[in-house]
Design a protein around this ligand. Sequence first.
Ligand code: BGC
Length: 345
Amino acid sequence: MSIKKQAFGKTKDGKDVDLYKLTNANGLKTEIMTYGGIVRTLDVPDRNGNFADIVLGYDTLGEYIENNPYFGALVGRCGNRIAKGKFTLDGVEYTLATNNGPNHLHGGVKGFDKVVWDAEPMEDKTSIGLKLTYLSKDGEEGYPGNLNCTVIYTLTNDNELKVSYEAETDKATVMNLTHHSYFNLAGHGSGDILGHELMLTADNFTPVDEGLIPTGEIKSVKGTLMDFTKPMPIGARIAQVKGGYDHNYVLNNSDGSLALAASVYEPKSGRVMEIFTTEPAIQFYSGNFLDGSNKGKGAVYNKHDGFCLETQHFPDSPNKPNFPSVVLRPGEKYTHLTVHKFSAR
Ligand code: BGC
């Protein structure tokens, strides 16, 4: 196992950015930047032991700063959408930055994906890790409260990439942290992900309106194009799904314990990724807005060339009293654990 640090450039306001290279005992490797907590590369073996980098990304910091559709990033303070960027908490109306038509998306104009995190390497007998911390100040992007966040990425010798989140606030606030890697288990830049077989442990999803804001309804996937309760190629029905998949699935496990949320199998390479989470939901996004304008790490990324599975609370939760609460109050601790387990068959 090893962890190595290298300088990776500066932000426009002159902050130094570092890149950490983590390698586990089996040769699995990942590179994580202090800018946005971005996972830049993730190398895992196929069924013959050949490694490929299975996440979309860029070569340089500059490209991430200029045009990043959240490749590999940590997302906060509230991942996903908040309608019109408004919500009311304890009788006070808050107005957030809007950056997705009339709505607030992934924390606003300068979300947690665009800030520089403090980093500290970690190591124990069976894993290697990187602890990232960030203080989001009261009023940032319109959110109330100073929010102290810690995210620990761990690469274990069981071939898992764990993302563990904690946060505390000094004023009541809303929050929903997630991780936004775009995966292609055949290797980034190898074409579309439509042949990947996906299974989600979700009997229900939250239907959305034209602006991708949930209607508030919780609907069964049974008999719909949304059903992934049994493994199904992503492309099998995608042509009939307007715009492609970009939906919040309500996980069957909702008690906060760690449980299987998703399993993805790529038939050519044999690579498998299982996702376990303590969160109540997962956003399945089939890379619908990739259009070839994102060129990275020697590849051109076209529509559906990567998919995201973002473990989260439901979109627009601050405005939907029937959804699990995303309110965090002083004295409480936010925790969230997501494990990506890699294997091949
Ligand atoms: C959202 C998409 C959005 C994308 C941004 C995903 O998490 O669900 O609607 O376009 O992030 O890259």
